[in-house]
Write a protein that binds this ligand. Structure first.
Ligand SMILES: O=C([O-])CC(=O)C(=O)O
Ligand SMILES: [Mg+2]
Length: 226
């Protein structure tokens, strides 16, 4: 018996203001603020220089078939990020410039694929933010019903519909919907702390005092030769 397809239309989304701000703070800061969790592995920026923060609409597809990418896009709202999972490894070009045209018209902030992407030159020319496992021109069928807005695996992490997805040149990080506000608070505090560190570095300070190193060295290990 084939697996039972499922399309969930209602998504409880993270606060859009929080998602947008996390996008501005960037992947490294958000990952740190989230206790070094949520980072996708093996997913890279296809459109360098573009960043985003938004709420996940997810889909799960059979390898070589992107029917559910089209279905998921139809349920996207402004501020969403389309997250594309596959049931088995795929390097097919599951998303390209036509889908990006549709995504942009719906106010989608970007796409993240645990598979391939194609029409890369066009995506770059459009400035449509995309992250993927690989670039792959191989075409996809539009035949097999799968899943929309179920939890999906992408880049070795799980993404629930409505979670916050942040992407930039460093990669992609996911923050659980329920944790987003707290992670934002910690991320802002971290940025403020780094301002102080930056000012001290610019002033040429720190040296052996960096991160309290001097105090952590055994007595006698810092000082003159011999
Ligand atoms: O046609 C597809 O399914 C993928 C693609 O190339 C596009 O979106 O332009
Ligand atoms: Mg195309």
């Amino acid at each position: 018996m084939p697996l039972r397809p499922r399309v969930v239309e209602d998504v409880t989304r993270a606060d859009p203001t929080v998602a947008k701000r996390l996008g501005e703070l960037g992947v490294a800061t958000v990952h740190e603020a989230a206790g070094r969790t949520g980072l996708m592995h093996g997913i890279g920026a296809v459109t360098p220089g573009l960043a985003m923060g938004g709420t996940a609409v997810t889909c799960l597809n059979y390898a070589g078939d992107n029917l559910m990418v089209h279905a998921a896009l139809a349920l996207c709202e402004p501020g969403d990020v389309l997250v594309v999972g596959v049931l088995s490894p795929s390097s097919h070009g599951m998303f390209g410039e036509l889908l990006a045209t549709s995504a942009r018209a719906r106010g989608v902030r970007g796409v993240v694929l645990d598979a391939g992407v194609r029409d890369v030159a066009a995506l770059r020319a459009m400035g449509f933010p995309a992250w993927a496992k690989t670039i792959g021109a191989a075409g996809t069928e539009k035949a097999l019903p799968g899943w929309v807005n179920v939890p999906v695996s992408c880049g070795g992490t799980v993404v629930f519909p409505g979670d916050v997805v942040v992407g930039d040149d460093d990669g992609v990080v996911v923050v659980g919907r329920e944790d987003a506000a707290e992670v934002l608070e910690r991320a802002e505090a971290r940025v403020a702390r780094e301002e102080g560190t930056r000012a001290r570095l610019q002033a040429g300070e720190l040296g052996l005092d960096i991160y309290g190193l001097r105090e952590r060295l055994p007595q006698g290990n810092v000082g003159g030769v011999g």
